[in-house]
Design a protein around this ligand. Structure first.
Ligand code: GSH
Length: 215
């Protein structure tokens, strides 16, 4: 059985939880409470010196990045190849969008959410909101080229980005008229049972927490 050290609030953790539901991974979920700084404790730092969650452990293998974990889970447990194609070119396109989430989307969320939580800021700087708006534009453009982010099939890149985007929506609403493809993509993913199970509750908890911080 694999172990997933996670927090329900954390989008990259939720992406891994969605993947565990999707691929029917036998998993033990272990909550790491960031507010109580459990991620900074020596036992946790032994697993991940970067002190981030999620961490996926499979026997002696420890993976401390959600994207690497999604790739591993899809390779080992995924029955439908389409979620992470074996074909090199198709796989490169999925990897590209996983890195888009890792290096463009998620940092724009982290820049805001981390400061709300740790520094107690009440107003989100306009430049950070502009960066989120720009990211919505990127997604809309991607989704006007293919039905899902990497191709016409849903892949693990959509799972990673969905967890981030649904969290960004707490901070900046999406104008459905301006971003119709993104709106349709969100609706498509949210009705999938594995997405519901892995993402919905944690997202709701995060929403309440962030709103209370902004109030
Ligand atoms: N690239 C990493 C980012 C993980 C990350 O930054 N997680 C946040 C929670 S959403 C965290 O653990 N922050 C605590 C810290 O950085 O000390 C991944 O995708 O796993």
């Amino acid at each position: 059985m694999v172990k997933l050290y996670k927090s329900d609030w954390s989008p990259p953790s939720r992406a891994c939880m969605v993947a565990c539901e999707l691929f029917n991974v036998p998993v033990e979920l272990i909550e790491v409470n960031i507010l109580e700084e459990e991620h900074l404790k020596p036992e946790f730092l032994k697993k991940n010196l970067l002190h981030t969650i999620p961490v996926l452990e499979d026997g002696s293998l420890v993976i401390h990045d959600s994207h690497a974990a999604l790739m591993y889970l899809a390779d080992v447990y995924g029955k439908q190849e389409s979620f992470y194609p074996k074909d090199t070119k198709q796989r490169a396109l999925v990897n590209q969008k996983l890195f888009f989430n890792s290096t463009i989307l998620f940092p724009r969320l982290r820049n805001i959410a981390f400061r709300l939580i740790t520094e107690g800021i009440k107003d989100i700087p306009q430049k950070n909101l502009d960066a989120v708006e720009e990211a919505y534009g990127f997604i809309e453009e991607f989704l006007s080229r293919t039905k899902y982010l990497a191709s016409d099939n849903i892949t693990i890149a959509d799972i990673a980005a969905y967890a981030t985007v649904t969290s960004l929506l707490i901070l900046l609403e999406l104008n459905a008229q301006k971003y119709p493809k993104t709106q349709a993509w969100l609706r498509d993913l949210e009705k999938r049972p594995y997405v519901q199970k892995g993402n919905a509750k944690g997202l709701e908890d995060m929403k309440h927490f962030i709103k209370s911080k902004l109030a």
